[in-house]
Design a protein around this ligand. Structure first.
Ligand code: HEM
Length: 235
C-alpha cells in the first residue's frame, strides 16, 4: 500500500490509516481483556455450560486474534517494510501462526457457539477464507511474487478486520435497540456478523482494484490500443 502522491491526498491517506490502525489496536486490547482473567463469567458471549472447553476455545481464539490485529497495520507501511525487512519477516511469521491458531480455535468456538446457525455458518466460512487467503499469501511470497503476496495479505487482514467492524456494527445495533426496543439481540448479532464480513471483504476488493490494478491499467500516452503487457511479479 503506497501512500498517495500529492500532499493533500497523502494527509488523507495517513489520516485514514491512523483511524484504521487505532480502531484495530483499540478493539484488540478492549476485546481481549475479559479473556485474560481466565474467568468464564467475564465472557462477553454466552458460554455453553454443558461444553466444558467452550470458554477455553474462545480464549484460545481471542488471544492470538488480538495479537494479529495489533501486528497487522504496521506490516502495510512501505517505509517500515523496506527499512526493516527482517522485522517485516519476523512479524509476518508471528502474524501467520496467530491466524492459524485463531482460526482453529474459531472453528471450535463456532461449533459450541450459542449464537445460532446463521452466525455459526458465517464463522465457518470466515475461518475458511481466512486460512485460504493466508496460504495464498504465503505461497506467493515463497515464489517471490511480492505484488500477489500483498494482494492476498490485504484480503487476509481485511478478514481479520471484520472483528473490528463486528464490534462497531454491534454497537450501532445496540444503540438502535436502546432507542426503539427493537430488534432482538440475536438478530442484531447475526446481522452484524454477516455485515462485517461483507463490508470488510468488499472494501478490500475495492482497495485492491483502486490501488493495485487500476494504476497499472491507465492508458499511457501514445500507447494506442495495444494490449497491456503481461503482469510480472513486481516488487
Ligand atoms: C476473521 C476470522 C475470525 C473468525 C472466524 C472468528 C470467529 C469467532 C467465533 C466463532 C467466536 C465465538 C462467537 C459466538 O459464540 O457467538 C468469536 C469470538 C471472539 N472473537 Fe473472533 N473470529 C475471527 C477473528 C477475530 C479477531 C481478529 C479477533 C481479535 C480481536 C477476534 C476476537 C474475538 C473475541 C474477543 C471473541 C469473544 C467474543 C467477544 O468477547 O466479543 N476474533 N470469534
Amino acid at each position: 500500500m503506497s501512500p498517495a502522491s500529492s500532499p493533500t491526498s497523502r494527509r488523507v491517506w495517513w489520516g485514514a490509516w491512523g483511524v484504521f490502525a487505532a480502531s484495530a489496536v483499540g478493539i484488540a486490547l478492549f476485546s481481549v481483556a475479559p479473556y485474560l482473567t481466565g474467568d468464564p463469567s467475564q465472557s462477553k458471549i454466552p458460554i455453553d455450560p454443558e461444553a466444558g472447553l467452550h470458554f477455553f476455545y474462545v480464549t484460545a481464539h481471542a488471544l492470538p486474534g488480538s495479537l494479529l490485529l495489533l501486528l497487522g497495520p504496521a506490516q502495510f507501511v512501505p517505509a517500515l517494510r523496506s527499512r526493516y525487512p527482517k522485522v517485516h519477516r519476523v512479524v509476518g511469521r508471528v502474524y501467520m501462526v496467530s491466524v492459524v491458531l485463531a482460526a482453529v480455535a474459531a472453528v471450535l468456538s463456532a461449533t459450541f457457539s450459542m449464537s445460532g446457525i446463521s452466525a455459526q455458518v458465517a464463522f465457518y466460512l470466515l475461518a475458511a477464507a481466512w486460512v485460504y487467503s493466508l496460504v495464498k499469501a504465503f505461497l506467493a511470497i515463497r515464489r517471490g511474487q511480492v505484488r500477489l503476496h500483498r494482494v492476498w495479505m490485504i484480503r487476509n487482514y481485511a478478514l481479520s478486520f471484520a472483528a473490528v467492524l463486528l464490534r462497531a456494527f454491534l454497537g450501532i445495533g445496540l444503540a438502535v435497540r436502546a432507542q426503539f426496543a427493537w430488534p432482538e439481540f440475536a438478530d442484531i448479532y447475526t446481522t452484524a456478523v454477516w455485515a462485517s464480513i461483507l463490508v470488510s471483504a468488499g472494501v478490500a476488493e475495492w482497495f485492491i482494484v483502486q490501488r493495485t490494478l487500476a494504476p497499472r491499467d491507465r492508458p499511457r500516452p501514445g500507447a494506442g490500443s495495444r494490449p497491456a503487457a503481461p503482469a510480472g511479479t513486481g516488487r
